[in-house]
Design a protein around this ligand. Structure first.
Ligand code: BDR
Ligand code: CA
Length: 314
């Protein structure tokens, strides 16, 4: 089973991703070796508490959770309370987690686990990329030690979701994201172009709401709140579970369609800072940046059914 290290900003869709992965771990098709948290939807300590809550609910206690970067590399920190609630989980009144973060920092944990499992670690990053950028600065050999990095982030032909062109995870730390795309490791990027068509809709939400088990009830409560936030954007009842698509493509890449393109992050544009830019020319690349595999589509029905089945498996 692939060894997964998550880096996230839990967050409603991060929580759904954790539930999906917990089901895969129980089924023996993935191993979760650790989780790091980062500023983004909420502050990184709240993200860690939320991660512990979700893992405990799913019966996955014992996975090390490390708090990571509290702010971006070169700008002020911003949180996303409108999309996820002020506590990151739909303002639900949740019990304190039983477990606690390990005390190691997330970038240090990432480096340590990459060194402990050379060539084996798949990093799935579903928040701003500050921890990955910091880990690249800590250990310059890191790219050669990691099997693959799967990132939820960016927008190419799809509009942005935080500014006209920028997607939130990249916009929250553009410098860190550019470090990740510049490094010599295999990156799979799952942008809004791929995630938006997978939005779950009213029928999916109703099927989830029909179940009474604690995990299903929790998932239904956060997803109904998330759908309230998403409906004006989608113009129909639904919600985009971005982060779960990244995790699913990490475990089953065959569900996606991809193009291979060098990716850069706009760091200076007055209107476009934090935008991902790909080189779609058929000319030879003008620089030596390693191409990223960018997901541009996926098997939408398979995504929706597998996510629901995972949540209902508890
Ligand atoms: C991304 O931003 C966050 O709010 C979500 O959790 C997801 O990772 C989508 O742009
Ligand atoms: Ca996220």
């Amino acid at each position: 089973a692939p060894k997964i290290l998550f880096d996230c900003d839990t967050g409603i869709d991060d929580a759904m991703m954790l539930l999906y992965l917990a089901a895969e771990v129980r089924a023996g098709s993935a191993e979760l070796v650790g989780v790091g948290t980062v500023h983004g939807n909420v502050d990184s300590a709240t993200g860690a508490a939320n991660t512990l809550r979700v893992l405990e609910l799913a019966g996955l206690d014992g996975v090390p959770v490390a708090v990571g970067a509290g702010r971006p590399m070169a700008q002020d920190v911003h949180f996303a309370v409108d999309w996820h609630g002020s506590n990151g989980l739909a303002d639900l009144d949740l019990p304190e987690p039983q477990g606690a973060p390990t005390g190691e920092s997330a970038p240090a944990q990432l480096v340590r686990l990459a060194r402990a499992h050379p060539g084996e670690l798949t990093i799935v990053a579903t928040g701003p990329l500050t921890n990955l950028g910091a880990a690249l600065l800590l250990d310059t050999e890191l790219p050669s030690l990691v099997r693959e990095v799967v990132v939820m982030g960016g927008a190419f032909d799809h509009p942005g979701n935080i500014t006209t062109h920028a997607e939130a995870n990249i916009w929250h730390d553009p410098e860190a994201a550019d470090l990740v795309f510049a490094a010599d490791w295999p990156v799979v990027l799952v942008p809004l172009d791929a995630t938006h068509p997978t939005a779950v809709e009213a029928d999916w939400l109703a099927r989830l709401a029909a179940h009474d088990a604690p995990v299903a009830r929790f998932a239904s409560q956060i997803m109904e709140w998330y759908a309230d936030a998403y409906t004006p954007t989608l113009k129909r009842r639904g919600a985009v579970v971005h982060d779960a698509l990244a995790a699913m493509l990490a475990l089953d890449p065959g569900l996606g369609e991809y193009v291979e393109r060098a990716v850069r992050v706009e760091l200076r544009g007055e209107l476009t800072r934090g935008t991902t830019v790909w080189d779609a020319r058929s000319l030879p690349a003008s620089d030596a940046r390693r191409p990223v595999r960018v997901a541009v589509g996926s098997d939408v029905d398979a995504f929706r059914e597998r996510l629901l089945a995972a949540v209902l498996s508890f």
